[in-house]
Ligand binder design. Sequence first.
Ligand code: TPP
Length: 707
Amino acid sequence: MSREQLVEFYRLMYLSRRTDDREIVLKRQQKIFFQISCAGHEALLVAAGMAMRPGYDWFFPYYRDRAICLALGNTVEEQLLQAVGAADDPASGGRQMPSHWSSRKLHIVTPSSATATQCMHAIGCAEAGRYLARHPEAAKKHEGDYREFKDVTFQGDEVTYVSLGEGATSQGEFWESLNTASNAKLPVVYVVEDNEYAISTPVEANTPGGNISRLVANFPNFHFAEVDGTDPIACYRAMVEAVAYCRAGRGPALVHGHVVRPYSHSLSDDERQYRSEEEVTAENARDPLAKMQLWLLREGILDEEGINRLEQKVDEEVQRAADRAMQAVLPSVTREAILRHQYSEELKPTDKRFDTQPEATADASERTMAELLNHCLKDEMRRDERVVVFGEDVADATREEALRAGEIKGKGGVFKLTAGLQTEFGSDRCWNSPLAEANIVGRAIGMAARGMKPVAEIQFFDYIWPAMHQMRNELAPFRWRSNGEWSCPLVIRVPIGGYLTGGSIYHSQSGESIFTHTPGVMVVMPSNALDAAGLLRTAIRCDDPVLFLEHKRLYRETFGRGAYPGPEYAIPFGKAKVVRAGRDLTVITYGAIVPRALQAAEKLERETGVDVELIDLRTLNPYDWDAIAASVQKTSKVIVAHEDMLSWGYGAEIAARIGEELFDWLDAPVRRVAAMDTFVAYQPLLEDVILPQAEDLYRAMEEMARY
Ligand SMILES: Cc1ncc(C[n+]2csc(CCOP(=O)(O)OP(=O)(O)O)c2C)c(N)n1
């Protein structure tokens, strides 16, 4: 490093520390509401910032990373605007806690407070960069779908930074990310900031043997470095070497820096409760700021006066920034402003452009839902090179020589929904993920943040739970928490549901209401082949994350088959379908209950003349309230039916809203038909009783008609 660089290095370290100090004062004055500091980590982080290129490389920092954000070009004022929760907080508009900075310009991607989730996003980001470099045409803008709103950039030798504390290395997502970084030789630099404590839990309680470097040492393709993270020169050297290794395409790197934590975990924590005085004193002697200052003096790079001048300038900068932040305008409290950027403001999946008619094609044969979904995936992959498909067993064959030689047919998914995709589009557009659901969803988020369109598959809904953290805390709030600066529109396809005769607990689950209870994610659940094709197309082309639930039992059912509707057929979200018009009562449902309710309604009419109106919601978020209201106003009697368990299920919300808004139209209490409040048992006799059957629907309809 030149003298100027060394002075700048110290300035950034000092700037970071003084910004922390100022926030601490502001917190004590109750002008801000939370504080977590970077103190003790500055040398490692300034080194990382100076070794990398803002707006060229990509950054997934965590809440301890003030110094790298400043080194990359974040200003103190921007950071303090977040601390006060200002409308002009560029990272979140007052929605996120302090220390959750982001910047599109600098490529600092919106972070959450969850530890280690970011590791998976970094992987997806690096994969996207590599993919785009190999498919540069894919990056072009395109009218008519989400691509209109995505500025996609990439560099052939870009590097992705991700950091985490040593405590967070206990999280599965850290290990799931090492798996893919290593396997795919991705240009990702991990920085483990080891301050020996995760709040009050010391490193040996998190890391067997107390040293993460020893545990990760056998991952292939990695460059590893372990440094004194309080030594600026050692840190800089380690970071430069690590970044060079990644930039050269040799694989990922992990820099393990031993740092200190002089200010406790956060302002809500007092480390004297769990650390001895002796330990704290010994740590204080390693403060990187004091060490760097002494070093500059000793080397004759700055004298005392030079240090004082530099520090005074920084103090003034922090003061000015704090003064401005104190004057900042606070966010609007209107409902509209609060909900802004929950979903795309640019392109709604309810948009007219998604309302198209099926095309008559030469082949009018009736196709199953599975076939039309497969067609739709192929059509969209032909149309949009940003679409990639991955998940467990979705490829035709990972060992592709035999496939290419025509010796094997290929698998293409346990339900064969993705059959032929790898064969037609290649292994970098359809591939098998490791058996790790958080890996699948987390990577997809990182790719989508770069403007790709991952259509990932979770093999069974029953196994979506390892990805739940990524879905709830990352996928869903990504756009909202960054006040619209970042988004990750993607599709997660998931086979769901029971009626399998032997599906049992772990192959029969429903649970859609858990996801409709999560704002930020669209939830779709078609009941027939044509709807599935039209809705999947909208899901892929729209600008929001979509959970696409495919009922396994409907994949190959005779009910609801349809002719191939052509490559442009789309259905807007939020538009229910009246499956059967009727006068006497309404059944609102979706998924596999649609054919069962239809069967019951037809039988009821044959036997008693009662005329049931059957509504298939098709999309559960958004849902078609107008269609519900119109039907209830017509029939004045309503049953909400679903396959999932009764209590706290999807029907509870619909029934409550009907009670609130349509009470005056009702001639009978709203009724629900749903599964028993338990899991689905293996023995078919038990499954039949646990899940709602056509007879249950018939009985409910008949009783309601008589009410
Ligand atoms: C998934 C998750 N679990 C728990 C927490 C609460 N929490 C916040 S920070 C923290 C400790 C993190 O320690 P470490 O990774 O060592 O980083 P450090 O804060 O020491 O820099 C915990 C438990 C969280 N944010 N995320």
